[in-house]
Design a binder for this molecule. Structure first.
Ligand code: SF4
Length: 364
């Protein structure tokens, strides 16, 4: 019988699985705490269970963590983690230092079907959605790498923020993303505050309500253009989910949730970085409770785009600031290791290249 992956389960699923082999109810919490608070990686490490119980449970549940096959560290401390999934696909997560703590940028899909023109992940297409366990597993890897165990109410957490800005469009894997966030934020386990989770979308507005009704997370919108013509060129999904409807959904979200929304705007040289583009952005965001992150485009081979000069970015920023917007210019972390926004591309290596390089893992 195929084992159930522990990290795919929420606490009530776990209770159901355990009750199917007649394990007492109180053991559910015990196991949950051992894995998610104490960081236990195998049943052998779980001393709160008798040998017989360990054997029984390990016969139906697997605690196997995701397989890290490579870690690249940037000069600025950012770490790009290459993970091989059980089916041989690869994804990347990025661990970003933020002063005293870290943020983990997680992937939600293998590749991405959205095809945004400036994005290396989109360039290489879509393979499949990640499972709940594969999403939660990325956070577990971050905690393991940083030796961030046990989880305690008094000790500060080293990995505090989780951002869904890695590979894939989270709202097209909505069900698994929501369940994974519920697992991450469960108070008896990892206890990640939902206020410290940000879900970023390229504009799948019909799913925004669904997320805001189930969770108390932050929302970020990848905007990148302030009119439909340019946005559809840069982000083909805009043809199906046009700007006016996206922005009206955002306004409604702010009103209902009381939250501020973040707009990500990647500045691409001579494409969307003129003063007129900035003025247009001001116009379409009028009345929106938001902050704006300006990100200088990170160049990658075959994109055909270039990074704007710093002076141009400053001019763009000034137009927004003069109109009273909260603007942050973000120079992405981990550029030297291709870990910056839009540069993740693990899928390109799916198949022969990585299979050869990591053949020891394939034979395990
Ligand atoms: S920017 Fe996001 S939504 Fe667009 S292709 Fe890249 S991963 Fe997909």
């Amino acid at each position: 019988m195929e084992k159930v992956n522990f990290y795919d389960l929420d606490i009530s699923d776990l209770e159901n699985v355990l009750s199917s082999i007649r394990v007492e109810r109180y053991r559910t919490k015990q196991l949950w705490v051992d894995v998610y608070r104490n960081g236990k990686k195998s049943f052998d490490e779980i001393s709160t269970l008798s040998n017989i119980l360990r054997d029984n449970i390990s016969g139906i549940i697997s605690l196997k963590r995701l397989q890290v096959v490579d870690i690249k560290e940037s000069d600025d401390g950012t770490q790009k983690i290459l993970i091989m999934l059980d089916d041989g696909n690869f994804i990347e997560s990025v661990l970003i230092p933020r002063g005293e703590y870290y943020a983990i940028c997680v992937s939600s899909q293998v590749g991405c079907a959205m095809g945004c023109k400036f994005c290396c992940t989109g360039y290489h297409g879509f393979e499949r959605n990640l499972t709940v366990g594969e999403i939660v597993g990325q956070y577990m890897i971050a905690k393991d790498l940083l030796c961030d165990w046990p989880v305690s109410k008094t000790l500060p957490k080293k990995v505090k923020n989780v951002v869904f800005m890695g590979m894939g469009e989270p709202l097209l894997n909505c069900e698994n993303v929501i369940k994974a966030i519920k697992v991450l934020s469960n108070d008896s386990g990892l206890g990640v505050s939902q206020h410290r989770v940000t879900v970023s979308t390229c504009g799948i507005f019909n799913k925004i309500k669904c997320v805001s009704e189930c969770l108390n997370v932050n929302l970020a919108i990848s905007l990148h253009a302030a009119n439909d013509v340019l946005r559809s060129k840069l982000m083909p999904i805009n043809r199906k989910y046009p700007l006016d409807k996206l922005l009206s959904t955002c306004k409604e979200y702010c009103k209902n949730s009381g939250k501020i929304i973040t707009f990500e705007y990647m500045l691409i040289n001579d494409i969307n970085d003129s003063i007129n583009d900035a003025k247009e952005l001001v116009k379409v965001l009028t009345g929106m409770r938001c902050k704006i992150n300006l990100i200088a485009f990170n160049e990658w081979e075959k994109s055909g785009f270039t990074t704007p000069q710093k002076e141009k970015i400053k001019e763009f920023e000034n137009v927004l600031k003069k109109k009273g917007y909260n603007v942050f210019v973000r120079y992405s972390s981990g550029k030297d290791i291709n870990a910056a926004c839009g540069q993740l591309k693990a899928k390109v290596y799916n198949g022969t290249l990585y299979r050869q390089k990591y053949k020891q893992f394939y034979s395990m």
